[in-house]
Design a protein around this ligand. Structure first.
Ligand code: PMP
Length: 365
């Protein structure tokens, strides 16, 4: 029987695998599998969101004027050059669609964010993966992998799922080494977790360079993952192009209002950042103390740790053991990391329980 035939390149896509929040038997789990804010949403953002639901019959502001202004004010940017998306995912997809297609290459580093592969394949472009350097970005390897067909380079900084950080100098060196006709998408989904002096200079670069697109999200430190709001910054030309293919009314009224309140609530952001830093470093220390059992945490600047299991306790067994304890974590065989388990930094109580379980499992293995 004839039926609609999808493009070959669409059939080659492996669907995005979201982090789970419940066991298959329906038992709820503490979700440490999707890098959300364990402290939740700030009160101001929540109140703004609720107030904005008073009118549900009218479309949202299509130009998201207040949201763009709030973002621009917070970062010293030109509001006209801020674009917004249904999560930063939408922005990654439209960047790939606008600048690459069949016959083109989209380049990123091994263990890069899994959406880059989907974004490339969706538009029929070829994903090209450059080797990493011990799980971190190898700028020389990325530059060496550029060909005349390269149209877009994606780099997450800090990176997911590794948590590794590429320094400001290395970002500048990468950008300087790319042809100006290549769009450099610097995905800063976790940038708010950095201390000020760790900033990679991406927004500064995007202010002046004609080929840099920085993306950010309200899904992580701002605690608004449910609302799906991302934003990006680039030259006026790039922003003009991206607006042409962004979905109309792509950020809801409640989402816009909540995001405006969240970006102004610097106390909530600071508290979330400080909590994350403290418990990430604490958990990293616990993992380091299990190195004799083959556990190692990749150095992270984000709100999660990638733990590598190279002893008797495997990542899969650790994931299952934590599952039985009530914690969903992210085992990563599909991303080429069968020995890797990514764990979001939770509340103090959650992190302590996770560490205790890891220790018990490692010592019993
Ligand atoms: N970039 C990276 C590196 C991420 O880890 C994520 C979330 N998993 C995103 C982008 C997309 O986030 P959102 O669409 O919620 O903004």
């Amino acid at each position: 029987m004839t039926k609609p035939a999808p493009k070959d390149w669409i059939l080659a896509i492996s669907p995005y695998v979201p982090g789970k929040s419940a066991a298959d038997d329906g038992r709820p789990l503490v979700k440490l599998s999707a890098n959300e804010n364990p402290l939740g949403t700030g009160a101001a953002a929540r109140a703004a969101l609720v107030a904005a639901t008073a009118d549900l019959a009218t479309y949202p502001d299509p130009g998201a004027a207040k949201l763009r202004e709030a973002i621009a004010a917070a970062h010293g940017l030109d509001p006209a050059r801020v674009i917004y998306g249904t999560g930063s995912d939408e922005l990654l997809h439209i960047a790939a669609s606008a600048y690459a297609g069949p016959g083109d290459e989209i380049l990123y580093v091994r263990y890069g964010f899994s959406v880059y592969d989907i974004a490339a394949r969706r538009v029929g472009a070829t994903p090209v993966v450059a080797p990493d350097a011990d799980y971190a970005t190898d700028v020389d390897a990325l530059l060496a992998a550029v060909t005349e067909r390269t149209k877009v380079v994606f780099l997450a900084n800090p990176n997911n799922p590794t948590g590794t950080m590429t320094s400001r100098e290395e970002i500048a060196r990468l950008h300087a080494g790319l042809r100006p006709d290549i769009l450099f998408v610097l995905d800063q989904a976790y940038a708010e977790y950095l201390d000020g002096d760790e900033d990679d200079g991406g927004l500064e670069l995007a202010r002046t360079a004609s080929n840099v697109f920085v993306t950010r999200t309200f899904s992580k430190i701002y605690g608004l993952a449910a609302e799906r709001i991302g934003w990006g910054y680039a030259s006026a030309d790039v922003i003009d192009v991206l607006h042409r293919i962004r979905a109309p009314f792509n950020v809801t009224t409640a989402g816009q209002a909540a995001a405006v309140a969240a970006i102004k609530d610097t106390a909530w952001v600071e508290a979330s950042r400080a909590h994350n830093r403290e418990w990430r470093e604490w958990l990293a220390g616990e993992v380091a103390s299990l190195s004799n059992h083959g556990l190692r945490a990749v150095p992270s600047k984000a709100n999660f740790l990638l733990i590598l299991f190279d002893g008797k306790l495997t990542a899969e067994a650790a994931m299952k053991g934590l599952w039985d304890e009530g914690f969903a974590t992210r085992w990563l065989p599909g991303q080429g990391l069968p020995n890797g388990l990514r764990i979001t930094i939770g509340t103090e109580d959650q992190v302590r329980k996770v560490a205790a379980k890891l220790r018990a499992m490692a010592e019993a293995a």
